[in-house]
Design a protein around this ligand. Structure first.
Ligand code: IMP
Ligand code: MG
Length: 178
């Protein structure tokens, strides 16, 4: 068990189970992209460990770009405006694979997808470590998902609780408060 701030977490997915699922996902990607040269866009911060383990098992040519999907308050708009920061590779006519830690409501990915399509990407697919299908609020086509989990808050293997806990090699789930 680990404690982060006010919450206790218990082990949920071991690093060995994670490694097996990441390897299986890499096998699928290797089959689908063997003759292609996609750009992998790794969404910071959460996906950095997943991406590091994944790309070391990829056998096709690819470029890696790290990007952050950040919000800022637009000067005139009332709503929140978000943009992908750090994208310096021209993705026009390129195959793109978004590498993300977790899809929860799906809102983040449903906003990232059109920004990449608008930049002229030939194809855009999502490769995600974890998905909580029970929480999906928008239609989203996630072609590559390593693991599906129930609607619970998790940390470790890159995922954080309030900025902490990314360093744990296993994935932990929050303990329900008694
Ligand atoms: P969505 O837009 O609701 O799909 O949220 C996706 C983002 O929320 C992810 O990129 C994570 O940063 C964060 N997130 C969602 N669920 C969890 C969780 O269980 N633990 C840690 N971060 C999470
Ligand atoms: Mg994230």
């Amino acid at each position: 068990m680990i404690t982060i701030k006010d919450k206790q977490f218990e082990i949920f997915i071991s690093h060995q189970q994670i490694a097996d699922k990441v390897a299986a996902l890499a096998t699928r990607l290797n089959a689908d992209y063997q003759d292609k040269n996609p750009v992998l866009i790794v969404i910071l911060n959460g996906a950095f460990i997943f991406a590091a383990d994944l790309v070391r098992q990829l056998t096709f040519n690819h470029e890696i770009q790290f990007a952050k999907f950040s919000s800022y308050q637009g000067m005139e708009t009332t709503g929140e405006v978000k943009e992908l920061i750090g994208l310096s590779i021209d993705i026009k006519d390129r195959d793109v694979i978004i590498v993300e830690d977790i899809v929860d409501t799906g809102i983040t990915m449903s906003e990232v997808l059109p920004t990449l399509q608008a930049k002229g990407a030939k194809t855009v697919e999502i490769a995600v470590l974890l998905m909580k299908p029970g929480k999906l609020r928008v239609p989203l086509n996630v072609k590559y998902c390593a693991m599906e989990i129930p609607n619970e808050f998790i940390v470790g293997y890159g995922l954080d609780y309030d900025g902490l806990g990314r360093n744990h090699k296993d994935i932990y789930v929050v303990k329900s408060e008694e």
